[in-house]
Structures are given as structure tokens and as C-alpha cells.
Design a protein around this ligand. Structure first.
Ligand code: NAD
Length: 332
């Protein structure tokens, strides 16, 4: 098997010369051995819980000790830093806020790559710059390990119910090994191509999501101003051509839907700051590829403005509240 892999493996048009595929294949075939998890926030914690539910022993860490408590009570081993995780597990999943956190966790003084075992599989599910994913893959390869990007779509609800969509970039031959773990946490696991392409798919999705959420918010607000009942308007949109995920699954207007952040003062969910970050990534990649993204650019400005006005920690659907607030300020 190792020989077959060695012959066919080609990452970014070159072979993985530092990776010992005998070790890789033995790890891939190991079934329920310990899995490392780094970053136990809104998304990471429920994802790690699903690995536990599927019978995988989990070894985890987070810089915020409070976030480790629940997982520890459920039987996970908690250690002090990413290097210790990598020292004990040869499959590690990371779920961190942004590119600098990923760089720190992989290449920092107590980072994964300080103690990574040869042949390890490192899966990063954070949404970050595809260029950073490529850098991490090169750094991992130098240590004899394999890095894949596998960002997710679906939010905290989908993370809890194990229904995330994973967009995976990296060596195709490693996809099956990654899939074994990712299917414990997601309903869809899609191979996108070389490392970084998972991030590319995710960034495109989130740019559209932000545009859709702003569009839904301003539409709902206009309808309310025109005297329509918000629940009735949502019902009509959802049976008409204006329907979208933001209108039928994650409506931003308080009281229209149960179990979404708009019904809970925009707590939990997907933070405005994270959305602003993703829109920034979309802008960078659009600039680098000279792609016109006028609505993506406007959405980025709106979400940055929200961050400056105290919305950073609220769910991104709070753009509805932001538009109303703006409107009230103008009326004064
Ligand atoms: P979060 O901020 O809730 O969690 C991130 C966790 O990483 C925190 O617990 C933090 O303490 C930890 N962390 C940061 N630096 C660390 C370090 N050096 N070592 C160890 N732990 C560290 O973020 P989240 O909402 O869970 O999102 C994680 C990623 O998933 C982001 O990239 C986000 O864009 C993406 N995402 C989030 C959602 C969502 O709905 N929240 C949906 C899809 C994708």
C-alpha cells in the first residue's frame, strides 16, 4: 500500500518527500485510537463531543481552561498545550478562530509541529486564509506529517447534531482517513482538491451567506415598515423566489423562528467578528485574483462597521438589529 501511495501522491504538483507512507498507512488503518482536538469554542466543543459519542478517546486543549471542563467531565483527557496533544495522538483536529491562531497552534513554541509524530494526520477545520493552509501543509510535510484543510458550514446547531458540511482540501489519498473522523461530526464531507481548496469553497459560501443575511434583514425590515406581520412576510418569502437559508432556517427577526440566535438576543451562533474575518478573507482572495465582488465588499464594510459599534460578540444575524438601530439614529 505504501508503495502505491508514494507513487501517486502529489501535493501542489510535487511529491511529499518527507512523509513516510508506511507510518501514514498504519495510522490511517488504526480505528478508534486517541484523537487530538484543539480549540473547544462554540464549534469545537460540540464537534469533539461527537467524536467521543462515536467511541473515539479524545485528548484536547484550549487556551481558555473553562471551555475544557465539560469535555473533561465526558471523559476527554485535557492537556496543557497543542504540542502535548500531538505527542500523544497521531490524528489531530483543530478548530480555531483565525489564521494567526492556527499559525500559533501549529508552529508556535508549544505548537503541534514541535512534537508531531511522523505519519500524523492534521485536519484544520478553522476558516482561514487558504495561503496559510498551504504554509501549514508545507511545514507539516517537513516533519513527516500530512495537513488537510477541512472548514465547515452549518453553525453551532449542526455541530451539535453532527450535521456539518466539511469542505476538504489536501492529498486525495488521505481523504478516506480524514473522512473516517469527519463523518462522526458531519453529514456531508466533500473533497474539493489540493490543500487550500476547502478554504476557497468555504470563503465563497460565507460571502454569499453574508450578502443573503443583509438582504434578508433589509427586506424584512422594509416589510415591517410597510405594515406586514414579520411571521407572515417570512412565510411568503419562504414559498416565493426570495427564499434563502437566512429567511427559512436562520431568520434574523426576533420572534419569527424558534431556536435561532435572533430569538435569544443574538447570543451564541456565528459571531459578527468571525463573519467580518471571513469577508476580509474573501476580499483578499478577490484582490489577489482580480475578481470583482462589489456586494462582498459592501457586506465586508457593513460587518466591520457592526464590529466597531459593539456587535462583535453577537450572532451575525444581528445585522437586522444594526439596520434598525441605524434607522432609529437617523430619525433623531
Ligand atoms: P470560538 O471563538 O468560539 O472558538 C475558538 C476556540 O479556540 C476558543 O475556545 C479559543 O479559546 C480557542 N483558541 C484560540 N487560540 C488558541 C490556542 N492558541 N490554543 C488553544 N486554543 C485556542 O470560535 P468558533 O465559533 O468555534 O469558530 C471556530 C472556527 O470555525 C472559526 O474559524 C469560524 O470562522 C469557523 N466557523 C464557525 C461557525 C459558527 O457558527 N460559530 C460556523 C462555521 C465555521
Amino acid at each position: 500500500m505504501a508503495a502505491v501511495l508514494r507513487g501517486s501522491r502529489n501535493l501542489w504538483g510535487r511529491s511529499l518527500k518527507h512523509v513516510d507512507f508506511t507510518l501514514v498507512s498504519s495510522r490511517s488503518m488504526a480505528s478508534k485510537t486517541q484523537v487530538g482536538f484543539i480549540g473547544l469554542g462554540n464549534m469545537g466543543k460540540p464537534m469533539a463531543k461527537n467524536l467521543l459519542k462515536h467511541g473515539y478517546p479524545v485528548i484536547a486543549t484550549d487556551i481558555f481552561p473553562e471551555s475544557c471542563k465539560e469535555l473533561q467531565e465526558l471523559g476527554a483527557q485535557i492537556v496543557d498545550n497543542p504540542a502535548e496533544v500531538a505527542d500523544q495522538a497521531d490524528r489531530v483536529v483543530t478548530m480555531l478562530p483565525s489564521s494567526p491562531n492556527v499559525i500559533e497552534v501549529y508552529t508556535g513554541p508549544n505548537g503541534i509541529l514541535k512534537k508531531v509524530k511522523k505519519g500524523s494526520l492534521l485536519i484544520d477545520s478553522s476558516t482561514i486564509d487558504p495561503a496559510v493552509s498551504k504554509e501549514m501543509a508545507v511545514a507539516a510535510e517537513k516533519m513527516g506529517a500530512v495537513f488537510m484543510d477541512a472548514p465547515v458550514s452549518g453553525g453551532v446547531g449542526a455541530a451539535s447534531s453532527g450535521k456539518l458540511t466539511f469542505m476538504v482540501g489536501g492529498v486525495e489519498e488521505e481523504f478516506t482517513a480524514a473522512q473516517e473522523l469527519l463523518t462522526c461530526m458531519g453529514a456531508n464531507v466533500v473533497y474539493c482538491g489540493a490543500v487550500g481548496t476547502g478554504q476557497a469553497a468555504k470563503i465563497c459560501n460565507n460571502m454569499l451567506l453574508a450578502i443573503g443575511m443583509i438582504g434578508t434583514s433589509e427586506t424584512m425590515n422594509l416589510g415591517i415598515r410597510l405594515g406586514l406581520d414579520p411571521k407572515l412576510l417570512a412565510k411568503i418569502l419562504n414559498m416565493s423566489s426570495g427564499r434563502c437559508w437566512s429567511s427559512d432556517t436562520y431568520n434574523p427577526v426576533p420572534g419569527v423562528m424558534e431556536g435561532v440566535p435572533s430569538g435569544n438576543n443574538y447570543q451564541g451562533g456565528f459571531g459578527t467578528q468571525l463573519m467580518a474575518k471571513d469577508l476580509g478573507l474573501a476580499q483578499t482572495t478577490a484582490t489577489n485574483t482580480k475578481t470583482p465582488v462589489p456586494l462582498g465588499s459592501l457586506a465586508h464594510q457593513i460587518y466591520r462597521m457592526m464590529c466597531a459599534r459593539g456587535y462583535s460578540g453577537k450572532d451575525f444575524s444581528s445585522v437586522f438589529q444594526f439596520l434598525r438601530e441605524d434607522e432609529e439614529n437617523e430619525g433623531q
